[in-house]
Design a protein around this ligand. Structure first.
Ligand SMILES: [Zn+2]
Length: 217
């Protein structure tokens, strides 16, 4: 599954991306409510001039890809209540395509987001938990199964990480492969020794490279 970052501009109509910083403490699962739209359609709708609603979300996911529309450290309008909007990462799950694949993708993405933050499945919420709306409408009837699958995937990610530690330091964990590719492509790091700690001076150089230091010399 591809993960694409395609943020909407901060001046998007109807205050859909207010730019207000947040420190998230949970993930909220939604369904789009649209049986035919794909992730890119949903992303397109956020910047469609005919859209007049103050509603937004962080990530939308379909059978093929996930698209991040709002940075995960900014608020979005998806939960229908004050606390949810200001503390939770909103994931919209598409209702189109092969729902088995969509399920696997959202299970994996949710587990990965939890893993990266050191969170557990108790940090996964439904839209219904916040505001009472019957959402995610396709997943709610199987919510316990969803959490079980996320928990199993979370265990996979953890053991994957540990076994890599024990057996080999030369390969990045599955959850870090896209990031490794990104640092290499952007010449921030050469991507080697993914499991060894970095010294302060190595971090300095990575930051320097990130800010374009290399292009200046
Ligand atoms: Zn919802």
């Amino acid at each position: 599954m591809q993960y694409i970052i395609d943020h909407i501009p901060e001046n998007t109509r109807c205050n859909r991306r207010p730019g207000t910083k947040m420190v998230p403490s949970s993930i909220t699962i939604h369904n789009t409510g649209n049986p035919t739209s794909k992730a890119r359609d949903e992303r397109g709708w956020l910047t469609n001039p005919t859209n007049t609603r103050t509603a937004s979300w962080h990530i939308v996911i379909d059978e093929e890809e996930a698209v991040e529309a709002i940075p995960l450290n900014e608020i979005a309008w998806h939960a229908g209540n004050y606390e949810g909007n200001r503390t939770s990462i909103g994931i919209e799950v598409c209702e189109s395509g092969d729902q088995e694949k969509v399920w696997q993708n959202v299970v994996y993405l949710t587990a990965k987001l939890l893993f990266e933050r050191g969170w557990g499945v108790e940090q996964v919420k439904t839209h219904q938990n916040w505001s009472g709306k019957y959402c995610p409408r396709l997943i709610l009837p199987k919510w316990d199964k969803f959490l079980q699958d996320v928990e199993a995937e979370l265990k996979n990610l953890s053991s994957d990480n540990q076994s890599n530690h024990a057996s080999s330091n030369s390969q990045a964990s599955s959850w870090a492969i896209s990031a490794q590719k990104w640092v290499m492509e952007n010449r921030i790091s050469d991507g080697t020794n993914p499991k060894t700690p970095a010294t302060r001076e190595q971090i300095w150089v990575m930051l320097y490279n990130l800010m374009g230091g290399k292009e200046n010399d």
